[in-house]
Design a protein around this ligand. Structure first.
Ligand code: HEC
Length: 130
């Protein structure tokens, strides 16, 4: 009986921990998705490590800049062109790149992610009205 319960519990634990393990770090996402454009500055993308380019963007604030990139802005494709990314993963990659340009940004916590989702909703609603 104990064995059955314990086997069942392990299965549940594996299932629950799955998504957490699958979430990619900002650096990983940068290397897999963003680097293609942001390493060399393709189409005038702010280059990794170019603090002069990143300074004005960092001033916009982490929530605003992340949501603008997430929704796409000018030549920057929404989600960096990879629709399988979660907002959390995308935000981690933005923080990673911003740090390369001098920001002290950390990966967003739950509260900041909620702020990002709220701003995303607001911007989508504003776009729908246009
Ligand atoms: C296909 C090329 C391309 C890929 C891939 C790409 N970007 Fe960009 N990104 C751009 C370009 C070009 C700009 C500059 C947009 C402009 O100002 O015209 C930009 C701008 C940005 C900005 C600044 C947005 C602003 O408000 O000015 C952020 C943040 C950003 N990218 C994050 C990312 C992240 C994170 C990834 C990976 C998940 C990524 N990008 C992948 C091309 C790309």
């Amino acid at each position: 009986m104990y064995k059955v319960i314990s086997a069942g519990l392990s299965a549940v634990i594996v299932l629950l921990s799955g998504p957490a393990i699958a979430a990619k770090s900002g650096e990983q996402v940068y290397k897999e998705v963003c680097q293609v454009c942001h390493a060399a500055g393709v189409a005038n993308a702010p280059k990794f490590g170019d603090s002069a380019k990143w300074a004005p963007l960092i001033k916009e604030g982490q929530v605003t800049l992340t949501v603008d990139g997430w929704l796409g802005v000018r030549a920057m494709p929404p989600k960096g062109g990879n629709s399988s990314l979660s907002l959390q993963e995308f935000a981690g990659a933005v923080a990673f790149m911003a740090r390369s340009g001098g920001a002290k940004w950390q990966d967003p916590d739950a509260k900041m992610l909620a702020d990002m989702q709220a701003l995303e909703k607001k911007k989508l609603a504003a776009r729908a009205k246009k």
